[in-house]
Write a protein that binds this ligand. Structure first.
Ligand code: CMC
Length: 428
């Protein structure tokens, strides 16, 4: 596109290139702005700033569209497995039958984690949050596989690092869960596919054989697919920016896990259930809590409502709401917290405060209810989000490296003190 944007500044006029993406998103390229004018742009929270050109995920917040590598999320959630989606995100195409079998085989060979990692669990206090553990454990993989520290790994070595991380993550996550119960961990069983193996290690017992309900496997696949990527969100941007310093994949993903932990991001799924429980225990007066959320003197927000990008509906929430209804019906679960959730949704969707600000239930509003129905404790919810987001983080990290993106280093506008005179400590 040869179109340019004209900027008039300090009596001068400069032309800024205009870019257009494949889905017709437009951007003004300001990469030479400071060189040309001495100015930088200021955009707190990066609400208008594109940090990269990416070919992985497209989302249109106004129309409620989400696509991975050009495939609509609805079709992927309906027709594919999480492992296929992981392959799609990381390598760019849906795998053939041979490719997915090969991928599964490679992953199966690396599902065990080093026995010494078990010792780490003894060091965590019993009440330590699973996300803190996950972040530490993922980072610690860099100690077991020091070859990953080399930013100039060959393609084959890098490929192995990816496989190891994908393979070990379900083992680590299930062990975090087992340790929280004080139960012995289960080793992976490579006869299972990726998601079934995770469920086996999580819900299996050493004392008896278990059968994993296909309904549960299907729900888990869907949930993980819906969380697999979401373009340049807080945790993904973190992964890319940490990786841009040539930091290894494990440490970069560990940083992403930490970014995801916050209740304004992935931690919202835990916060939603805690909020619903609170409302229930407070007598279930939904209006009271909606009014609290609207009150600008009250810091309370309706968790699971609103999204930085989706301003009409969250397509993931639409799919997950249906999955939620299905699984609760199939498992015969009658959850009073769900009744509160339904009331809250109804009140908020009809309240001008939420309607005017385009605040709709997001993916986290329903995911927690499903995780709860499947038997996961609340503190594990964000860890499950991380398990789902892993292929997206890897794909984004890989893309950033392949594009040879420069180190991420934003500018600022300094508003602090100017030239102060140093006063000796005795005189202060
Ligand atoms: N409850 C009450 N008011 C809200 C909420 C909410 N959940 N979300 C936004 N608002 C209000 C906010 O007070 C502001 O009002 P005003 O214009 O009068 O000042 C307006 O809506 C715009 O909010 P914002 O904070 O400027 O919007 P944002 O784009 O910076 O924040 C958000 C997006 C997701 C952080 C925010 O909506 C929020 O805190 N939601 C609750 C947490 C949550 O559910 N997070 C999960 C997001 S989805 C999972 C993921 O992808 O991470």
């Amino acid at each position: 596109m040869s179109e340019t944007a004209e900027l008039k500044l300090d009596g001068k006029s400069i032309q800024l290139p205009v870019l257009e993406g494949t889905e017709n998103e437009k951007a003004i390229d300001i990469s030479k702005l400071r060189d040309q004018t001495g100015y930088v742009t200021l955009d707190s929270g990066f609400k208008n700033t594109g940090a990269t050109k990416s070919a992985i995920t497209f989302l249109d917040g106004e129309k409620g569209i989400l696509k991975y590598r050009g495939y609509g999320i609805e079709e992927l959630a309906e027709k594919s497995t999480f492992l296929e989606v992981a392959y799609l995100l990381i390598y760019g195409n849906l795998p053939t039958k041979t490719e997915i079998e090969d991928f599964q085989r490679k992953i199966s060979r690396h599902t065990l984690v080093h026995e010494d990692m078990k010792k780490f669990f003894d060091g965590f206090p019993s009440k330590s949050h699973p996300m803190g553990q996950l972040s530490s454990l993922v980072c610690s993989l860099s100690s077991f596989y020091p070859e990953s520290l080399d930013p100039h790994q060959t393609k084959e070595e890098f490929e192995l690092t990816i496989i190891k991380l994908l393979a070990k993550m379900p083992t680590i996550v299930s062990w975090i869960y087992k340790k929280s119960l004080g139960h012995p961990v289960l080793y992976p069983q490579n006869k299972y596919d990726y998601v079934s193996n995770f469920l086996y290690m999580t819900f299996g017992q050493r004392t008896e054989e278990i059968t994993i309900d296909p309904v549960v496997i299907d729900a888990m696949n869907k949930l993980l697919i819906l969380h697999a990527d979401h373009e340049q969100n807080c945790s993904t941007s973190t992964v890319r920016i940490v990786g841009s310093s040539d930091c290894n994949l494990y440490a970069s993903i560990s940083a992403g896990v930490s970014a995801l932990w916050g209740p304004l991001h992935g931690g919202a799924n835990q916060a939603v259930i805690e909020m619903l429980e609170k409302i229930k225990n407070d007598g279930g007066d939904v209006d009271k809590w909606v009014n609290k959320a609207k009150d600008k003197n009250d810091s309370f927000r309706l968790m699971g409502f609103g999204h930085r990008v989706y301003k009409n509906f969250d397509p993931r929430a639409k799919i997950i709401k249906k999955a939620c209804d299905d699984i609760l019906a199939k498992l015969g679960i009658n959850d009073p917290v769900l009744d509160i959730a339904k009331k809250l949704e109804e009140v908020a969707l009809n309240d001008p405060y939420f309607v005017d600000r385009k605040l709709y239930p997001n993916v986290d509003f329903y995911s927690g209810i499903i995780y709860r129905a499947l038997g996961f404790p609340t503190e594990m919810f964000t860890v499950l989000f991380a398990l789902g987001r892993l292929p997206g983080w890897i794909a984004q990290w890989k893309e950033m490296r392949e594009n040879k993106e420069p180190i991420g280093r934003p500018r600022q506008i300094y508003i602090g003190e100017k030239d102060r005179t140093f006063v000796d400590i005795a005189s202060r």
